[in-house]
Every structure is written in C-alpha cells, then in structure tokens.
Write a protein of this length. Structure first.
Length: 172
C-alpha cells in the first residue's frame, strides 16, 4: 500500500498563512500563532520548519534565542511553539520536527536548546530536566517541565543560572 511520505523543510514566506492556521488548529487558540508572527519579526536568528505531506503543511516547529546569565555570550535556543494538525497527531510528525529542528540548531552553532513541555515526551530527543544542569526558567513552571538538550559536549559546564526567553513570550 502507498504510504505518504512526510518531509521537513525550512519555512518560506509563502507558508506564513498556513503556518498560522496550523498553530491555531493545533492549539485551539490564536495565541501561539500570534507569538510566531511576532517572533519572526523580532528574533534573530530563528528557526522555523514545516512538515509536509502530499504537498500540504501538516506541522510546524519554531526555535528562538534564549539568554543565560553567563559572562560569555553563547548561542542557545528555546523550542516553542510546536504544532501538528489534529488529524495528523501521534504519527511521529512532531518527533520528526523536533529531530530536524535540533539538527538545525546544532548546524547554526547552538550550544543548547531548552523547552517547556511534557516530561514524558521530550527525553526521547535527549532532553533532561534543566534543574539537573543548574538552569532555572524565568516562568513559573513545574520543575520537571523545564528541560534542556546539550548540543555540544560540556555545553553547560560552568554555565548556570536563569534562562530568559524573548520578551514576546510574555504576551502568550
Ligand atoms: C505536541 C504535538 C506537537 C506532538 O505532535 P505529534 O506529531 O502528535 O507527536 P509524535 O507523533 O511524534 O509523538 C506523539 C507522542 O506525544 C505524546 N503527546 C502528544 N501530546 C501530548 C500531551 N499534550 N501530553 C503528553 N504527551 C503528549 C503522545 O502521547 C505520544 O506519546 P508516545 O509516543 O509515547 O505514544 C501535537 O500533539 C500538538 O500539536 N499538540 C497541540 C499543540 C501543543 O500542545 N504543542 C506543544 C506545546 S508547544
């Protein structure tokens, strides 16, 4: 039987309207879609990838810079938001987006990626509780929900403290 193939590529300007819709439908709210629109303007660099099946966008993932209180100004990103159309969830599309996204973060020289999310989901991609690495989140979230994946060996050795997202996150 013919199995549709899902591919991941960088978002382009023609995708913006569909990406907005994918976020609205996945979250059932306009907030995350508006956050992505705001981050595209404000964040530098950012990573925005789409998952395609049968020439349709069915999923989206976004990464924007986070800062950490260290004397050296290393590059680090926050994964958020991520969305897969409800009819396509639980088929591994989200996993594909996370893996490709982490690869892209690594390619641009990112030291680590943080995420606030489900503690059962993200460890499969290499995320561990961020408090184990001495990182704190600026937002009040359950400690197990704030996780980090190191993309370079020893990325967090000697680097600890409060992690801050882009100010646009405060709007969500
Ligand atoms: C989260 C999301 C992107 C995952 O995409 P997906 O394509 O369904 O993910 P995958 O198929 O790769 O993985 C499915 C796994 O995620 C888990 N999962 C999905 N949503 C979850 C949730 N809200 N809570 C806990 N686990 C969840 C599933 O239980 C499943 O786990 P399993 O592999 O152990 O069975 C998708 O469910 C979605 O768009 N949700 C609404 C928006 C959202 O909550 N985004 C994440 C916060 S930014």
């Amino acid at each position: 039987m013919y199995e549709p193939v899902v591919t991941v590529r960088a978002e382009n300007s023609d995708d913006i309207g569909v990406v907005r819709r994918v976020n609205e439908l996945a979250f059932g709210s306009p907030n995350e879609a508006a956050l992505v629109d705001a981050l595209r303007i404000a964040a530098d660099p950012y990573i925005s990838l789409v998952a395609i099946e049968r020439a349709q966008i069915i999923g989206h993932i976004f990464f924007s810079p986070v800062s950490i209180e260290t004397p050296d100004n290393i590059k680090a990103m926050g994964l958020a938001p991520m969305a897969v159309l409800p009819a396509h969830q639980n088929r591994g599309v989200g996993s594909l987006l996370v893996r490709e996204g982490l690869r892209e973060c690594e390619r641009i020289g990112c030291y680590f990626v943080v995420v606030v999310g489900h503690p059962e989901y993200y460890p499969r991609f290499g995320f561990v509780p961020a408090n184990q690495k001495g990182l704190r989140c600026e937002y009040e979230v359950p400690p197990e929900a704030f996780m980090v994946a190191e993309l370079k060996a020893g990325a967090l050795t000697g680097r600890q403290g409060l992690v801050k997202y882009r100010p646009e996150f405060a709007l969500v």
